[in-house]
Design a protein around this ligand. Structure first.
Ligand code: HEM
Length: 479
């Protein structure tokens, strides 16, 4: 009786938890009578997805409000959704709808012909040769951070915070240039709020529309206005002065569509710039934070990393030319992103009826992919919980199923910044490891906090132990 009443109330809000399953759909996982999987996915989605991957292997139906929901765990299913049948799966999901509130119609959130055109225009700006010029910005910013650590004394630092500040600076300089001064901080602060608040909005069952004048909505709109004002002014100045700038914004400003010969409008530039800023810094920062966390827990692996950076760099500041030699450094990052992929969940909506891993997927089904769970799929990874960077050696990577590993997504919507992110992570990890051994502060307990990205929370306090090489660490650059 009470169950029916609760269902009635939920239906009144338009948020009934479906208990039916379309014919031929993946098996339904057992859930709670009224709430279905709502509470378990709110409280411990990572563990639940991993358990479903273990139990069901390919795909499983979930009971959640609104439409049918399916979680796809198998790499072949992920490949189907992201690559081979990507056209049938849209980004019309609650998560992307909430992101659109501040990202607008940028590369992450747009779709169809508009997205295709924007991607075509933006792609050359992310080509290897174009982003290589950013390596120097990355090492200079990291050198400045290390210089500050040395000046302020070693001790214990919240490495998560430090890396967030560092990647924010790198994102700001590579995207918008160096001439932003205080405005970059204002944009960064506004974007941090918008990102955190967007996660809260995604997780709420009922989220009030933005035009309701609640204190939260007012703060949200104010943050959007800050971002718009700074970017608007910058775009206007760039258009006016016409002088060469070597940042992503200028590349996008100058970019011309090969097919239509059109350039981006100011509104499109704003959306792409906010998107790249938001997509680019927190993800890389989190990848690095988890890497330092794992190295802190595995000193024997950290020792191999130090041996490599010392041998390859001999105390010098790394350059782009060193990256191929820093192979183990890269493997450490890859393995860290296997265990803690910053983009831990990817959503899509089936636009037509389809068949996936032998199951029927009805049009309108929300499809959830989780790199976190697929990266631990027992059919594809031996001892999945073990941190073992050698998994990514050339020999051991051979024959691995496509999409058993997809930290950057895949198919046509694969992360446009993936080379940028790997270059940045490799340079920062090499430079910090050259100068310091980072040890987890005693008693530190870290949990994976699930926002739009996966973050070690509440903080990552680590002790900085200067290494012998510290004396030859890159000197703070003067800028
Ligand atoms: C470790 C760092 C990063 C991770 C783990 C990551 C992950 C991802 C993933 C999984 C997607 C696909 C989302 C989907 O299919 O729904 C994506 C898309 C995207 N990423 Fe990244 N990303 C990282 C760094 C960056 C950087 C540094 C930039 C820019 C400088 C960037 C810009 C973008 C953009 C613009 C898209 C949308 C691409 C499109 O749909 O055309 N990302 N990223």
């Amino acid at each position: 009786m009470i169950v029916e009443q609760l269902k009635g109330i939920a239906q009144g809000f338009g948020y009934a938890v479906r208990s039916d399953r379309p014919a031929g759909a993946p098996p339904m996982a057992p859930g709670e009578p009224v709430f279905g999987h709502l509470r378990v996915l709110r409280d411990r989605p990572l563990q639940q997805f991993v358990q479903w991957a273990d139990t069901y292997g390919d795909a499983v139906s979930m009971r959640l409000p609104g439409s049918p929901f399916v979680f796809v765990a198998a790499p072949e299913g992920v490949k189907h959704v992201l690559q081979t049948h990507a056209k049938l799966y849209s980004k019309q999901t609650r998560g992307f709808d909430k992101m659109r509130l501040f990202l607008g119609n940028g590369l992450v959130t747009s779709e169809g012909d508009f997205w295709r055109r924007q991607r075509r225009i933006a792609a050359p700006a992310f080509h290897r040769q174009r982003i290589e010029g950013f390596a120097e910005t990355m090492t200079r910013a990291t050198g400045d951070m290390l210089g500050r650590w040395a000046r302020e004394g070693d001790g214990t630092r919240d490495v998560e915070r430090e890396l967030m500040t560092l990647t924010m600076r790198i994102a700001s300089e590579t995207l918008l240039g160096k001439d932003l001064s205080g405005a970059a901080d204002a944009v960064g602060e506004a974007l941090s709020f918008l990102t955190v608040n967007t996660t809260e909005r995604i997780n709420r069952v009922v989220d009030l529309p933005l035009d309701w004048p609640t204190p939260e909505n007012r703060r949200y709109l104010k943050a959007v206005a800050v971002v718009d004002a700074v970017l608007g002014k910058l775009i206007e100045e760039r258009r006016r002065d016409g002088a060469p700038h070597h940042d992503l914004l200028s590349m996008l400003l100058e970019a011309t569509d090969e097919e239509t010969h059109e350039k981006m409008t100011d509104a499109q530039l704003r959306d792409e710039a906010v998107t790249i800023f938001a997509a680019g810094h927190e993800t890389t920062s989190n990848a690095l934070s988890w890497t330092f966390y794992l190295l802190g827990r595995h000193p024997e692996i950290a020792a191999r990393l130090y041996a490599e950076v010392d041998r390859v760099l001999g105390g010098r500041c790394p350059t782009l030319a060193d990256l191929p030699q820093l192979a183990f450094t890269k493997q450490v990052i890859q393995e860290s992103m296997r265990l803690y992929p910053p983009a831990w969940i990817i959503g899509r909506r089936a636009e037509v009826d389809d068949t996936l891993c032998g199951y029927k997927i009805a049009a309108g089904t929300q499809v959830i992919l989780s790199p976190y769970a697929t990266h631990r799929h027992p059919r594809h990874w031996a001892d999945p919980e073990v941190f073992d960077p050698d998994r990514f050696s050339a020999e051991r990577s051979e024959g691995r199923a496509a999409f058993a590993y997809f930290p950057f997504g895949g198919g046509p919507r694969i992360c446009i910044g993936n080379s940028f992110a790997m270059m940045e992570a490799q340079l920062i990890l090499a430079m910090v490891s050259q100068a310091y051994r980072l040890e987890l502060a005693p008693g530190t307990v870290v949990e994976a906090e699930r926002g739009i990205t996966l973050r070690p929370a509440p903080a990552l306090p680590m002790r900085l132990r200067p290494r012998a090489q510290a004396a030859t660490a890159p000197r703070e650059a003067t800028s």
